[in-house]
Write a protein that binds this ligand. Structure first.
Ligand SMILES: O=C(O)CCC(=O)C(=O)O
Ligand SMILES: [Fe+2]
Length: 423
């Protein structure tokens, strides 16, 4: 399975703390912690920053003689705790209510195995490590789902895209966007937002190029031909679009796992790679580089500028705008409108914008996983029941994308046109 190849992780608790230490004196220090590293478990009662339970106690569990002849009886189990107070009493009761059955089942399995001659050491070791890796995999999947629900954005570390490829792609992006205007104009924009967007009245500091259907080598080839790319630039663009597409597939699999669902999430979906440049100047400091929006597709994997900040996200909980600090080597993921529909409203299509913080050019690269090419956007039927009625009727992604533009609804408002209650 692809996920095995990389150890996908959300930014860890230690990284979170070091970021806070590094930025605590800045104006938005306290907010940066929450925005850059949305970690739903942080600070919850009874859990540490890594989401481990803090309520641990040492206990002695005594079980009677169990053999194959009495393994299915209900034997007495005694629990002795060092702490005999009221917490100790509650822990004992909790263990007997839940833990006893588990322990007895393990013992029963052991007895059955021993009766057959027992497992070899290797088998036991393999089973242990498999259980450990399954457990950590599903913990990650659950964390991802929680981040999608509570924030609609998160940073990935250990994502498997090498820092070398990331920085080479940034360098190629910068050189493409430094090309003369007449060459950049060769990157056509058949539909708004799919090709070259020059500096203009509506987006005075923003300029961008696009590769539509970037998962197809032909599309990357066409794009490179349009710009007269060198063999090296071509190779980097191929490698990066492939690596990001693979990562998107892994993320899709993890999200399915975290939701307890099966299948293939992004198979046959359209993807688009965008290369963005913000011409930040002393005059534009304080102005907006990219207006407040949600991303139209399911999710976006963003390599933001490694030095120049400016990305800001709206907290689903409080509605406040929080700066998302750069964190070199990581990739930011933003959840978009289609994910909100797919999850029947559970995932947050995070609103975000880019502000001009300082007078330095800012570059970013975004892979948009948009929507299904040949089928309708639909809510997963497993997420619909009498308590959670279907919020949206099925629709065509391209139709939705056009409606977003024509109704001037960049933050997902056009989804209301597909509300089930409207029909
Ligand atoms: O440049 C960035 O950091 C964000 C860009 C963005 O939000 C987008 O392209 O949708
Ligand atoms: Fe965006």
């Amino acid at each position: 399975m692809v996920v095995e190849r990389r150890r996908l992780e959300l930014a860890s608790a230690e990284t979170r703390q070091s970021i806070l230490r590094r930025t605590v004196d800045l104006e938005h220090g306290a907010l940066i912690l929450r925005s850059s590293m949305p970690h739903p478990g942080l600070g919850r009662r009874g859990q540490d920053a890594a989401d481990n339970s803090l309520l641990k106690a040492e206990k002695l569990v005594e079980i009677p003689y169990i053999a194959d002849e009495n393994a299915d009886e209900d034997p007495d189990v005694t629990v002795t705790l060092k702490n005999d107070g009221s917490i100790g009493k509650r822990l004992k009761e909790a263990f007997l209510a839940k833990g006893k059955a588990f322990v007895l089942e393990q013992v029963r399995v052991f007895v059955v195995a021993m009766a057959k001659g027992g497992s070899t050491k290797e088998e036991l070791r393999a089973r242990c490590s498999r259980r450990r890796s399954n457990a950590s995999r599903s913990r990650l999947a659950e964390k991802l789902v929680r981040a999608c629900e509570e924030w609609g954005c998160f940073r990935l570390i250990n994502h498997g895209v090498s820092e070398k490829l990331m920085s080479e792609t940034k360098a190629v992006t910068r050189s493409f966007l430094d090309l003369p205007l007449e060459i950049k104009m060769r990157n056509p924009s058949p539909v708004e937002g799919k090709g070259y967007i020059p500096l203009n009245y509506a987006t005075p500091v923003f300029e961008g190029m696009g590769i539509f259907e970037s998962a197809s080598p032909g599309a990357v080839d066409d794009f490179c031909n349009q710009l007269g790319a060198s063999p090296h630039q071509r190779e980097i663009m191929f490698k990066y679009s492939q690596a990001l597409y693979d990562l998107a597939q892994d993320l899709g699999a993890k999200l399915l796992e975290g939701m307890g669902l099966h299948g293939d999430l992004f198979n046959g979906w359209s993807c688009q790679l965008r290369l963005n440049k913000y011409h930040n100047t002393p005059q534009s400091v304080g102005q907006t580089g990219a207006v407040m929006h949600s991303d139209p597709g399911f999710l976006t994997i963003l390599q933001d500028d490694e030095i120049i900040g400016g990305l800001e996200a709206v907290s689903r909980n409080t509605g406040e705008l929080v700066p998302v600090d750069p964190m070199p080597g990581t990739l930011m993921v933003n959840i978009g409108d289609i994910a909100k529909v797919w999850s029947n409203g559970r995932f947050c299509n995070v609103k975000h914008r880019v502000q001009c913080y300082e007078a330095k050019i800012r570059t970013s690269i975004a892979l948009f996983v948009l929507g299904p090419r040949d089928t309708k956007v639909e809510t997963r039927h497993e997420l619909v029941d009498s308590e959670h009625p279907n919020l949206y009727i099925p629709f065509d992604f391209e139709e939705y994308r056009t409606l977003r533009i024509t109704t001037r609804a960049p933050t997902g408002g056009a989804l209301e046109l597909f509300r089930a209650t409207n029909f």
